[in-house]
Design a protein around this ligand. Structure first.
Ligand code: SAH
Ligand code: SF4
Ligand code: F3S
Length: 479
């Protein structure tokens, strides 16, 4: 399955079974790190920089968990001995940023004999990228992909033992390794993978090529993980998958996403359940019903529309029309009247005409999203859209993008303001960046609220009166 493997010591007497094998390498790596710290006369430090989506953010928590376990301490990117870039390749600009940052690291490495650089994540699943790194970025120590991230401790050991560039990339996998260390960013909330990969092949999107085929975790493993998180102080989970609505279809004992949610709902001590992302084509009536009844599922649905033109949606391979999407929105709003809807939109897909774009503006006006991520279409080599004719000229795309953004922002400000004066429950997440006497938290519908408070409130649920809407957030006061 491996496309490239180099620098790995195959004669190591390590167990074959996972995760036992990784715990063996954690112990081994610990010893190398201890020796290096002794030589340096100070602890070894690391920094994991994450690009891309929540999947990558969750993967980075797993990387941090292993690094802490083997004896590294966390530091800033400028100071760290071990710098890890967990990369994204969904749009071209994500790649450009990685090469830029990597260039800066080269000079750091010249000054620090202990320095190591690792690259992982979606970009590494592209053979051209790895080839470029292998030939022109020789100062990188370790390159691995999205399928073998659980092997991080083993790969670090290989770096220590070989002293060469270690590359380990798998084309795909059917494996899910559970129960390895991870270090959560927040004490009170956590992402939880429920599935990996994607089978949808939207024609513009590279994710299925770099994340592999869809694999669902077993419901028992998910429930067990959440129960442990709750025992450790977590009250809000975000269930993660590229298309959570198709969860469970390929399990030995199939289970729908709605059924999984009902199981999770029963976990005592869990207060809020979020999930993303939902593909409109797979959002079932069963799920809408469960959302309508649930006491814990948050009143927020991220439902990427991508375009308002049925003609473009067809070329995007999205399997729904503008009308079907609008019907779905009506159904959801009927079942969960105060739900907040957010979306992703791509502007400038190949062949998009002014007429198609007006359909997108129209759907934005009809749905009235609470917020929308708007993207300029980015050509991804290897995807069907990359070779489609009529790529839209840059100036035309830019003009459409600006018009769309203005519309989205105007509507979002109006929609956000409807809660003004109400009292709602806020989960306090942090002390405000701008003012020590203020805290920041989230409503069930994901809107941010700032109000007076202090660090002792982090992780608490507080009833707050929403005094003033500031466009996309609120200023409130505790009641
Ligand atoms: N699985 C999720 C989305 C993952 S990627 C879903 O289907 O909704 C996040 C967003 O990036 C997508 O919703 C899409 O709007 C955007 N995106 C993906 N590929 C893109 C491309 N080639 N150019 C521009 N935006 C893209
Ligand atoms: Fe990409 Fe479509 Fe899969 Fe989302 S559903 S990750 S947009 S292919
Ligand atoms: Fe990027 Fe990979 Fe996520 S390509 S958007 S980090 S799945």
């Amino acid at each position: 399955m491996n496309t490239i493997t180099s620098g790995i010591n195959l004669s190591d007497p390590a167990p074959h079974k996972e995760p036992e094998r990784q715990y063996y390498f954690i112990e081994k790596a610990k010893e190398y790190v201890r020796k290096e710290a002794e030589e340096a006369g100070r602890p070894m430090t690391f920094c994991v920089t994450t690009f891309g989506c929540q999947m990558n953010a969750r993967d980075s928590e797993k990387l941090r968990g292993i690094l802490l376990e083997i004896g590294y301490e966390e530091a800033s990117e400028e100071e760290a001995d071990f710098v890890i870039f967990n990369t994204c390749t969904v749009r071209e600009n994500a790649n450009t940023r990685v090469y830029g940052r990597l260039g800066q690291l080269k000079s750091h490495k010249k000054k620090n004999p202990h320095m190591k650089i690792a690259l992982c994540g979606c970009m590494m699943q592209e053979p051209e990228v790895v080839e470029k790194l292998r030939t022109s970025y020789r100062f990188v120590d370790l390159i691995f992909g999205t399928h073998n991230i659980y092997k991080f401790a083993e790969l670090i050991t290989a770096v220590y033992e070989s002293g060469r560039m270690v590359i380990d990339i798998w084309k795909d996998t059917d494996k899910i390794v559970e129960d390895l260390p991870n270090d959560r960013k927040y004490s009170f909330k956590s992402g939880v993978n429920i599935m990996f990969g994607c089978n949808n092949f939207c024609s513009y999107c590279i994710v299925p090529y770099v994340r592999g085929r869809e694999r669902s975790r077993k419901p028992e493993a998910i429930v067990r993980e959440i129960e442990r998180l709750v025992a450790d102080g977590v009250t809000e989970v975000m269930l993660l998958g590229q298309n959570v609505n198709s969860y469970g279809k390929n399990l030995e004992e199939p289970l729908s996403f709605a059924e999984l949610l009902q199981k999770i709902e029963q976990i005592e001590g869990l207060h809020r359940i979020r999930f993303m992302t939902s593909h409109p084509k797979d959002l079932s009536d069963e799920l809408i019903e469960v959302m309508g009844k649930s006491k814990k599922i948050c009143k927020h649905l991220h439902l990427p529309v991508q375009s308002g033109s049925s003609r473009i949606l067809k070329k995007m391979n999205r399997h729904y029309t503008k009308e079907q999407y609008l019907e779905l929105v009506d159904k959801i709003r009927a079942a969960v009247p105060d739900i907040s809807l957010t979306t992703d939109i791509i502007v400038g897909f190949p062949g998009e005409t002014e007429e198609d774009f007006l359909e997108t503006l129209d759907i934005v006006r009809k749905v009235r999203y609470d917020s929308a991520f708007t993207f300029i279409y980015s050509k991804r080599t290897g995807t069907p859209a990359a070779t489609m004719e009529d790529q839209v000229p840059e100036d035309v795309v830019k003009d459409r993008f600006d018009r769309l953004l203005k519309e989205v922002q105007t509507i979002a400000a109006e929609v956000c303001a409807v809660h003004e004066g109400t009292i709602q429950e806020v989960l306090v997440e942090s002390v405000s960046d701008h003012d020590d006497h203020m805290v920041t938290g989230r409503l069930s519908n994901n809107i941010l609220v700032h109000f007076q408070g202090d660090a002792s409130m982090i992780g608490d649920y507080v009833n707050v009166k929403l005094d003033q809407c500031k466009g996309f957030y609120y200023i409130g006061e505790q009641v």
